[in-house]
Design a protein around this ligand. Sequence first.
Ligand code: WTA
Length: 624
Amino acid sequence: MSPRPDRRPAPDLEFWARQAGQLHWETEWSEVLDRSDAPFVRWFTGGRLNAAYNCVDRHVEAGHGNQVAFHWEGEPGDTRTITYAELRREVCRTANALLSLGLRAGDRVAIQLPMIPEAVFAMLACARLGLPHSVVFGGFSPAALRSRIEDAGARLLITSDGQYRRGRAEPMKALTDEATAHTPGVEHVLVVRRTGTAVPWTEGRDLWWHELVDRQSMEHTPEAFDAEHPLFILYTSGTTGRPKGILHTTGGYLTQAACTHRTVFSLDPGSDVYWCTADIGWITGHTYIVYGPLANRTTSVMYEGTPNTPHEGRHFEIIERYGVSVYYTAPTLIRTFMKWGEDIPARYDLSSIRVLGSVGEPINPEAWRWYRTHLGAGRAPVVDTWWQTETGAVMIAPLPGGPPAKPGSAQTPLPGISAKVVDDRGREVGKGESGYLVLDQPWPSMLRGVWGDDDRYRETYWSRFAEHGYYFAGDGARYDDDGDIWLLGRVDDVMNVSGHRISTAEVESALVSHPTVAEAAVVGASDPTTGQAVVAFVILRGAAAGTPADEVVSALREHVAREIGPIAKPRRILVVPELPKTRSGKIMRRLLRDVAENRETGDVSTLADASVMELINAGLAAAS
Ligand code: WTA
């Protein structure tokens, strides 16, 4: 019997083959896309390449060694200029250091570092050796770091003595030690000296970067890896309490990272100065600070600190100093700039700006206009880029020079990408209608799975519209009358706080791990600056009864910061006698969101006990 013909619509394989062809391949691929085992796919099968060689060495070999790769700016004002030639030397030394520790292709390396050049050296050294890295955001707690180290089975942790936060040197190694005390799989901790902060030290396990790396040879010959060799794991929040290790591989990821970076920003490596303000601990930092820009031989700015240290004009000062032409940031920061006032950017010469990018959450039209007016002199295009940790690279965005931009709309899928807005049953909705955003064709930088959990991969992304074979993004969206796409935010229990994904379940499980809490429900309430804010409703245990509410609340906020990280700290915690539940025991977050956003409570008819909402409202009224 002959196999059934594959009737699925095919992505534009020729387009993607052309894009991949812009990279250096040691061995050409034999097949562009293999989806015989969908939803697991393979791109550029048989091809072999080295990601770090593509990001660094090939530019040096082509005579661009003197081009600046990074203008790095430290929070205290120290700076460092790193050319491609120097980047190559640093990456080689770091790779040699990792080899000297006995690490071999396939071993995992955890990285928790501030925004310092060593973070880039470390990632690229891992890529060069085929060691999948797992970068953990510097603001994550020891508990969060520990679970990520354990899940990935990392053999090495790379960290720093401390990190600068708002003008102060905060400890880092002391915290990572709390994590590594429980992760015997970590054989070594490599420590960058950044702040000079005193650190606890475990002889034999801990090593200073400047002692180990600096004495290594600056030469290292890279080896090519299979296109599907794991490049990195990046943990992200899902709808359950446990973060998922999103797995990205080498060839497809690098192809799409480079291609999107080039096209979305119409980037010219010879003249542009590009600055993506994300942290390296998020996907935006991976794809648009490290892999995409470097694969395209971009000159980038990298900044270590917070935007208001030592003053609120810091970003504008940096734009002026380096002549930044492409600036890529998040709506939450734009709204913060708006709050600080337009007179601040007005003090600086921002005329170098050519393109402005936005990512992380829907950008409200007001912020879009402010951004264009006050950073883009009223003329720079604003590209609103929709994508996810899972998609690896931008999927939906208006291209500069394309049809007129619409403030607040990500508009259209990029070339080679297909996205649809569908109803409950997977049927495409019409113009002017809303529904669920799906990706109906595979794309090169798509996640290849959830680390160590194939079922979770199938269940989370592919079960909702299994019949159609669609990837469900978890976002709601709408077509306007022109058929352009408007993103409407998450439709699941994932919150978006300042562009950071936080799951309600994760915060709830942190809260109930505190001895005073019997039950907790968390919702994301809309917030004018951060997009959403975490609001928690807690039922206290009897034993906590006598303690004043303020004390309980501040202890709980600190507890969440300790368990997950300061970004997950609830803005408000409301102590309530009951939680609204359906007859099957499911918490009705919709009603809690009404309370959190100070709205009239919606329909309560499906509650097991309709009086619960009255009780909650009455209790809150009495407390305020
Ligand atoms: C949201 C960040 C609207 C969305 C790259 C998505 C956006 C989640 C946009 C992924 C945008 C990101 N417009 N919403 N331009 N960009 N989102 O994994 O809800 O940290 O599902 O990746 O952020 O967040 P993640």
